[in-house]
Design a protein around this ligand. Structure first.
Ligand code: NAP
Length: 166
């Protein structure tokens, strides 16, 4: 299982229901990684999508405790156990956790790779991703050159679980 996330300099990912940074190249990166695959998200993240509608050309799985909740082209799971039953149908390498903070937190222990878009900014925020630079089980295996959008600098950084320095 993999996670994909956009963080700022403080590993912040959102404020209320909103993303902190909109960077077209990052949206493209997200689309390229997840298209044709399975995306897992919390109900609050689903509600931030335009529509809100399922992401096209992907299997959309939403976790919610609300058994009456549904949306077209979305598989709803009502617990982590139900999610795991559902995910057993797919190759784990095709599963991407896409947020938000509560779902990242619960599923990070099951992830082996995290694609982090690191944005060089610091804005008011109340939702965070665990700081992987402070977790010794995670290593940076790939880092892009610095990119820029409207004066905001960002990098694509891949983390993998395990020691890759040997
Ligand atoms: N920067 C990024 O890459 C990125 C990506 C995604 C999201 N975000 C941001 O993250 C924030 C949203 O994160 P969030 O933590 O507030 O919400 P969230 O994780 O998207 O959704 C939380 C909801 O998911 C459901 N849920 C979570 N765990 C569950 C479980 N074990 N069993 C059943 N249902 C479960 C619950 O829904 P019910 O209330 O229906 O029970 C819960 O209220 C927003 O600010 C968004 O913009 C940022």
């Amino acid at each position: 299982m993999k996670a994909i996330v956009n963080v700022d300099s403080n590993w912040a990912i959102g404020n209320g229901d909103s993303l902190l940074n909109y960077i077209p190249a990052d949206m493209k990166f997200f689309r390229e990684k997840t298209t044709g695959n399975v995306v897992v998200m919390g109900r609050k993240t689903f509600l931030t999508f335009p529509g809100p509608k399922a992401l096209p050309n992907r299997v959309n799985i939403v976790v919610t405790s609300d058994r009456s909740w549904s949306a077209p082209d979305v598989i709803a799971c009502h617990s982590l156990d139900e999610l795991h039953e559902q995910l057993a149908r797919y190759d784990t390498n095709t599963v991407y956790v896409i947020g938000g903070s509560s779902v990242y937190e619960q599923l990070l222990p099951e992830c082996d790779t995290v694609y982090v878009t690191k944005v060089d900014s610091s804005k008011p925020a109340d939702k965070f991703f665990p700081d992987l630079d402070k977790k010794e089980e995670w290593s940076v295996v790939c880092e892009s050159e610095e990119n820029e959008h409207n004066g905001t600098k960002f990098r694509f950084v891949t983390y993998k679980k395990g020691d890759f320095n040997e």
